[in-house]
Design a protein around this ligand. Structure first.
Ligand SMILES: Cc1cc2nc3c(=O)[nH]c(=O)nc-3n(C[C@H](O)[C@H](O)[C@H](O)COP(=O)(O)OP(=O)(O)OC[C@H]3O[C@@H](n4cnc5c(N)ncnc54)[C@H](O)[C@@H]3O)c2cc1C
Length: 380
């Protein structure tokens, strides 16, 4: 019997397992796919600050270093934020996850691939291992099983269709500025945006998200043909991003959720790698304390308070952005730019922690009147 079974070998599951093992807890990871990190449903844009705080070694996964962003309104008005120092990294998720896997195995975490969780009853896990049914035992089961989590279903948490964004991404060859990511707010990317994240000056990850039910393949073709004239796409991947509020009630009996399964993603950008790994450290410590009778699993959510504060703020910003019409966004871009938003964001911007600058922005007399309705969303 394992002390802890982790379901899913993405960043959330592997980081939870690594931290647990470092804390002396017997842990095993079950991953349904044959290879870790594939299919690659991720752009791999992660903040430099997050990488440093987590002490991550990017090694061969590092594809590019980013020094700013160009954000376009629906009619093409641009806000450009340029930083002196690199603000983010682009990584290959296949390589990134492989580095975590190697680290986990090196310290003695047992990781089984082609092993899919089907059900959990008390301490018994029903597993499908290369099509064979098997039983495993564990004291605690961690659901790090991503956006369509089975463990979330077993806990009984209901989600809304509106809280998921349907995405499609391709890799394009063409001509790109390797220093800047591009974000395009378009009238056909409802509730989200299109992105261009350069890997080099002649290759970029290009993708788009919109609400469920929209034809995202056609939308991406339209975006590429209209905005990226010389880009040649190859290899498409489609997936979901949880874009709702971070879920509550993440534990039930011996089950607990982490990462995309728990909606620990930034609703503004869909980024979840850094937050899921920070949450994993908190969860692993709570599990170790629980096994040592110094805490209970329920303490995990209390200890998530600071991270949840940021995630909730991302969600409020998303709701505010979604409340604006394309025309209102166009007008806002012009007004904000005239009032020096680019310089403000260059100085104060923060990819992961909006609390560091949203308060300053909304109480700044230069922006107060034009962002009046935003206050309603931020204080709701
Ligand atoms: C198009 C797109 C672009 C993105 N871009 C970025 C970005 O630039 N930066 C960023 O930070 N985030 C990005 N994200 C989000 C990021 O990919 C996720 O937040 C992150 O992968 C969450 O990690 P996780 O470990 O929770 O889930 P996952 O990485 O999804 O891992 C879950 C694992 O569980 C396994 N699994 C599922 N069910 C079972 C089961 N029943 N049994 C066993 N195994 C199971 C899956 O195979 C998978 O390996 C993007 C997402 C998408 C869709």
């Amino acid at each position: 019997m394992f002390k802890v079974a982790v379901v899913g070998a993405g960043p959330a599951g592997l980081q939870t397992a690594i931290r647990l093992k470092e804390l002396g807890v017997d842990v095993s990871v079950f991953e349904e796919h044959e290879s870790i990190g594939v299919p690659e449903h991720c752009t791999g844009l992660i903040s430099r600050k997050g990488v440093e705080e987590l002490g991550l070694h990017l090694g061969d996964s590092l594809q590019n270093t980013i020094k700013g962003a160009k954000i376009f309104s629906p009619s093409g008005n641009m806000i450009k934020v340029k930083t002196k120092e690199p603000v983010a990294y682009v990584v290959s998720r296949k390589e990134f996850d492989s580095i975590l896997l190697r680290k986990a195995r090196l310290i003695g975490v047992h990781v089984s691939t082609e092993t899919k969780l089907i059900d959990v009853r008390n301490n018994t896990l029903f597993i499908q291992n290369q099509k064979r049914g098997e039983l495993r035992k564990a004291d605690i089961v961690v659901g790090a099983d991503g956006v369509n989590s089975t463990v979330r279903h077993l806990i009984g948490i209901k989600t809304n269709k509106e809280d998921f964004i349907h995405t499609i991404q391709t890799t394009c060859t063409g001509e790109f500025n390797p220093d800047f990511v591009e974000v395009h707010l378009l009238d056909y990317t409802k509730g989200f945006f299109a992105w261009v994240v350069p890997i080099s000056k002649d290759k970029a990850k290009v993708g788009l998200g919109s609400k469920l039910g929209d034809n995202i393949s056609e939308a991406l073709k339209k975006f590429i043909s209209e905005k990226l004239k010389n880009a040649r796409p190859y290899r498409y991947e489609s997936s979901l991003i949880p874009c709702g509020e971070p879920l509550q009630g993440l534990t039930k009996d011996n089950l607990v959720l982490i990462g995309d399964a728990a909606f620990q993603t930034k609703a503004t950008s869909g980024g979840g790698v850094i937050f899921s790994m920070k949450s994993a450290n908190i969860l692993a410590q709570t599990i170790a304390d629980t096994l040592n009778k110094k805490a209970t699993l329920k303490d995990y959510e209390k200890r998530m308070k600071d991270l949840n504060k940021e995630l909730k703020l991302h969600y409020k910003i998303r709701r505010y952005a979604n409340s604006l019409t394309p025309q209102e966004i166009d007008e806002l871009f012009v007004k904000l730019k005239n009032k020096g938003i680019e310089e403000f964001l260059e100085k104060e911007g923060n990819m992961d922690e909006p609390s560091k600058f949203v308060g300053k922005l909304l109480t700044n007399p230069a922006y107060f009147t034009m962002l009046g309705t935003a206050i309603k969303f931020m204080t709701a």
